[in-house]
Ligand binder design. Structure first.
Ligand code: UDX
Ligand code: ADP
Length: 457
């Protein structure tokens, strides 16, 4: 009854939503998402999905049990599948050769071995995780040395979805990139996968390349995006010094069609699981291939981001005459951006850790991030009196000396700032790390306001 059987190994932020979209768009394709983490699979099978994405619940509940399945049966799913997506995590290596730079391929490698052991016919294996260039070669060599005699095809099909907008990004992608071998068999595999996406993506948006171009393009796309943010953030510091306004500068340059308006929002710093990891990966690759000048060029994107986070926390300390000891700071937002519960590499971690070391008391509120995740991310025990995770913005702000906006959640724009002001210790400060709020209005209420790249008033 199904024309194609797909298995996706790894039910995370990428695998889960991507497979749900394929299942929705291709009723004749059977999609099975497998993971070794039984709790995660149980959550995918419940009403409380492990990933928060606007619109995802509807898609999953529509397809689940019809042509979308979540299980822990990795081996069986591999046996039945025609196409196997590999969507496991590839964190930055924390040890040994390439520590803090290279990607840790342990999970990808172990998946390649499981595929080699369980595939009883030729399969199309698709790299979906962000991986360093030439990983396909590593996967292929593991598959070949298994000696099963099956000629598997390895494709690279990087995912460009952004968290918080995953559903619309998947539904209407700028492009689908598929890299494969230039052999006739490689081309057949590419077209088979292109056929799956062709159910809803116009053919002209499906880009076919060789394997290495596809792998590298993913790293380069993220590096360019991260670079844009570091560029505008570097200018934000100059704006503060010169009384220029970074939003005005961004708007003025963004209207140049060669520059374009997107990704020019100055902030407390970028976060997320991809940007830092991919830039570091690029830096590692350049070093590995003897290109230290190129490595240094890209490394500065990370240096600038680290500095921006520190600069923000420093500005809070400076506003309180260099001591925030025993000051209550209300931290609004902990996720790395709005509309996600993901906290990987969130700027909130660095900012909160620095202020905590300065002996501030932190009252944190985020609409979606789970309380225990915040304690874990900050490596603080739940009975620590200087850290409180609150159920509402008003609770966090009550009795605080300052409000810090770290994530640009829409609900923060609609807060009753007059009431918040009344509940705070005076002078009441707002440090707007996202330039989210109406600063003139806040000043009218009585707040002292600091923001990113705006003249100090
Ligand atoms: C990114 C890429 O956009 C996506 O294509 C890739 O597949 C994964 O990595 P994601 O990390 O989910 O997606 O979010 P993104 O919207 O790119 O934002 C990353 C970080 O940059 C966030 O912390 C965000 O707040 C910050 N950002 C983004 C800015 O500070 N300013 C901007 O103008 C845009
Ligand atoms: P991403 O953001 O790339 O989707 P996540 O960390 O959210 O990354 O998800 C990756 C998933 O891959 C995790 O749920 C993890 O349990 C799963 N995983 C890692 N190794 C394996 C493996 N060998 N077999 C099956 N699943 C795995």
């Amino acid at each position: 009854m199904f024309s194609t059987k797909i298995c996706c190994i790894g039910a995370g932020y990428v695998g889960g939503p991507t497979m749900a979209m394929i299942a929705k768009k291709c009723p004749n394709v059977r999609v099975e998402v497998v993971d070794i983490n039984a709790d995660r699979i149980a959550a995918w099978n419940s009403d409380q999905l492990p990933v928060y994405e606007p619109g995802l619940d509807e898609i999953v509940s529509e397809a689940r049990g019809t042509n979308l399945f979540f299980t822990t049966g990795v081996e069986a799913a591999i046996k039945h599948a025609d196409i196997i997506f590999v969507s496991v995590n590839t964190p930055t290596k924390t040890y040994g050769l390439g520590a803090n730079r290279a990607a840790d391929l342990r999970f990808v490698e172990s998946v390649a071995r499981v595929i080699a052991e369980n595939a009883d016919e030729s399969k199309i294996i698709v790299e979906k995780s962000t991986i360093p260039v030439r990983t396909a070669e590593a996967i292929r060599s593991i598959l070949e040395t298994s000696g099963s005699g099956h000629a598997h095809q390895v494709l690279s099909n990087p995912e460009f979805l952004a968290e918080g907008t995953a559903v619309s990004d998947l539904e209407n992608p700028d492009r689908i990139l598929i890299g494969g071998e230039t052999t006739p068999e490689g081309q057949v595999a590419i077209e088979r996968l292109a056929g799956v996406y062709g159910a809803w993506v116009p053919q002209e948006r499906i880009i076919r390349t060789n394997l290495w171009s596809s792998e590298l393009a993913k790293l380069v796309a993220n590096a360019f995006l991260a670079q844009r943010i570091s560029s505008i953030n570097s200018i934000s510091a100059l704006c503060e010094a010169t009384e220029a306004d970074v939003d005005e500068v961004a708007n003025a340059i963004g209207t140049d069609s060669r520059i374009g308006p997107k990704f020019l929002k100055a902030s407390v710093g970028f976060g997320g699981s991809c940007f830092q990891k991919d830039v570091l990966n690029l830096v590692y690759l350049c070093g590995h291939f003897g290109l230290p000048e190129v490595a240094e060029y890209w490394e500065s994107v990370i240096t600038m981001n680290q500095w921006q986070k520190k600069r923000f926390a420093d500005s809070v300390v400076q506003a309180f005459f260099n001591t925030v000891s025993n000051k209550r700071l209300a931290v609004l937002g902990f996720a790395f951006k709005k509309d996600t519960n993901d906290t990987r590499e969130t700027p909130a971690i660095d900012v909160c850790k620095q202020l905590f070391e300065e002996q501030a008391s932190l009252a944190i509120y985020d609409p979606k991030v789970e309380t225990d995740k915040i304690y874990r991310d900050l490596a603080v025990s739940e009975d620590e009196p200087r850290l409180e995770v609150c159920d509402s913005a008003a609770d966090a702000v009550n009795g605080a000396n300052a409000i810090l906006i770290i994530t640009e959640w829409d609900e923060f724009k609609a807060l009753d700032f007059e009431a918040l002001y009344d509940s705070m210790v005076k002078p009441a400060w707002i440090f707007d790390g996202r330039n989210l709020l109406d600063h003139a209005k806040l000043r009218m209420i009585g707040f002292k306001v600091r923001s990113i790249g705006k003249p100090l008033k």
